[in-house]
Design a protein around this ligand. Sequence first.
Ligand SMILES: [Zn+2]
Length: 307
Amino acid sequence: MKRMILMIILALLLAGSAGAEKPLRVVCTLTDLAWLAEQVGGQDAEVVALCPGEYDPHFLPAKPSFARRLGKADLLCYSGLELEVGWLPVLMDKARNRKLHPGGLGELDCSQALERVLDIPTGGISRAQGDVHPEGNPHYLLNPHNGVLVMRLMAERMAVLRPKAADGFRDRAEVAVVDLQKRIKAWEKRSASLRGQPVVQYHQQWEYLADWLGLKILGDVEHRPGIAPSPRHVSKLATQARKANVELLLAAPWNHLDAAGKAAGRMSARLVVLPPAVGALSGVSGYGEMFDRIIEDLLLGKGGNDG
Ligand SMILES: [Zn+2]
């Protein structure tokens, strides 16, 4: 009898320790990645984002608190394509976390999920000349099909890091994928009238969105990132834009909106400030809400010009 009770206690202890496996600590550089990781991770992951949604992810100040978060992480998910090159390596040096060693299981370059990278430079590119996309355009999460690919990639990596929770990661990812794909169909239908529309963008932020929705990007106001555009460049672009009947100039909340507004005026176009990230504008609290807002604002901007 005593032996039986001991065995039952032992079995309960074992079951308890298996169930109490600690959640995976996931640090994402971006709010979009964090949203996707949360869908996949569920109760088996604790997810945080480093760059707040309202900050330009090219130029995030590297705060010591970010390094502390990285120091405790089991998994780092980042955009890659050099989006975070200005601040992530500095933080990683300070974090000294062996689990996140480059090329190891604890670091996940989410751009590896992509089937296609846009704007890959064809030569003569240098950071000194202000090119911030030397490996191609890193703003790929603005095509929701890429969100699908990234969730699946995350699920596979989380499954390797926490084998006991592998089914949970994969199942949750597929549920989220089905939901996102349903919404993608609805967005595509809702935005059908935007197909073929010529637009101008401030920064090369919207290439993947344009590629998805069929917008035609005529040019960029920003000549060098972070620096107000030259009058000569804007003047040339404005002439082209007027000729092509461009109605919309797309910008992010952190762009030079004064310069963007003036450029839009010269093009007789409407400046549309869209959320390029989860949390970039108030009310944009999820990846789906971001596309809801982007499409509504594009349609509104276009309608406003027609009327
Ligand atoms: Zn960029």
